[in-house]
Design a protein around this ligand. Sequence first.
Ligand code: ADP
Ligand code: MN
Ligand code: MN
Ligand code: MN
Ligand code: MN
Length: 380
Amino acid sequence: MADVKIEDNPKILSGPVLTNSPNAVLSKTLLSRYNDLPLPADKIIATYIWIDGTGEHLRCKDRTISFIPRVPKELPVWNFDGSSTGQAEGHNSDTFLYPRAIYKDPFRRGNHVLVMCDTYKYNMEPTDSNNRVNCQEAYDRCKDEEPWFGIEQEYILLDSDLRPFGWPPGGFPPPQGPYYCGVGANKVFARDLVEAHYRCCLFAGVPIAGTNAEVMPSQWEFQVGPSVGVTAGDDLWMARYILHRLAEEYGVIVSFDPKPVQDWNGSGAHTNFSTKKMREDNGIIEIEKAIDKLSKVHMKHIKVYDPRGGKDNERRLTGLHETASINDFSAGVANRASSIRIPRSVAEEKKGYLEDRRPASNCDPYAVVDALMRTCILNE
Ligand code: ADP
Ligand code: MN
Ligand code: MN
Ligand code: MN
Ligand code: MN
């Protein structure tokens, strides 16, 4: 432990070092004076949200509409400058936003909405980071199997100096152990942000299933789902957007990096998956069939389980810290050191779901859900 310093991790100290987040310094009460302003009843603000060219980060912009949108198709297609987001060349930069899912806006409330979009090039081909199109296509062909996904999103909070929030300057907190599901001011940091996120997600219509403090101080988890098919991707991306957006107000930074600090637990996006047949009596047979199929295409899945073709997960899936090695496929009941875990309760009831523990915290859930449907249901 002594020879490892946070400074050695380029992920943590890359970027400008600020002593104070400008956001944390701004007044948090002034806006309430203007939030009270009565707006014209026919003016509704829609925030269009999309994944940028990194496949990992989100962008958003707002527009006024004059009706309450009920389904995404009612909302106008919009565009943005793709050359500023890594999604187009400068000379042909108009990139298109297609609304795909609508949520209530927990920040503005009222009839205002958050809109999850996917992105298309000038010629209406999906952009390179648009994994939603394939996911939708796969889901359309296996709808009848009712694929459900529950994703456990782990993340850590960083201070404005890009070190884990609340960690002693230049050093480490006492070793991991007391922090997971911890209680107490020396065990968990920023529970108020986590609580705000939980409530905002429920208000918005994101089916958040729960939350807990994780193994590293300032590492947290929330679960989204079960959501059906491609909707699992919409729901998780929207939950991430709400978290980033709230963290602006608190003046902390959310990192979905899968291994922010060496020798401590990394962050994953365990993906719990079931089909109708798996949930029926003796569904364990279907679960075992799916695991057998997954065992044959391990590396194919690893390639889409983080935004860098498996590179990010190399740092995380070491075989230590409740992970299985990135090079081997394994499955087991209640085994947190395997690629796939069958929860104890599922083994006992002989039905339910499996947990794919491989996806990294910064994965694109559209790509993960897509791969699981194609391997386990569509036999591709
Ligand atoms: P863990 O024990 O691995 O920490 P969690 O309780 O954090 O598990 O998360 C379990 C997730 O599995 C939740 O998001 C839950 O909604 C989801 N889940 C439960 N049943 C199913 C199912 N039949 N199919 C898919 N996901 C499910
Ligand atoms: Mn402009
Ligand atoms: Mn969990
Ligand atoms: Mn966890
Ligand atoms: Mn898990």
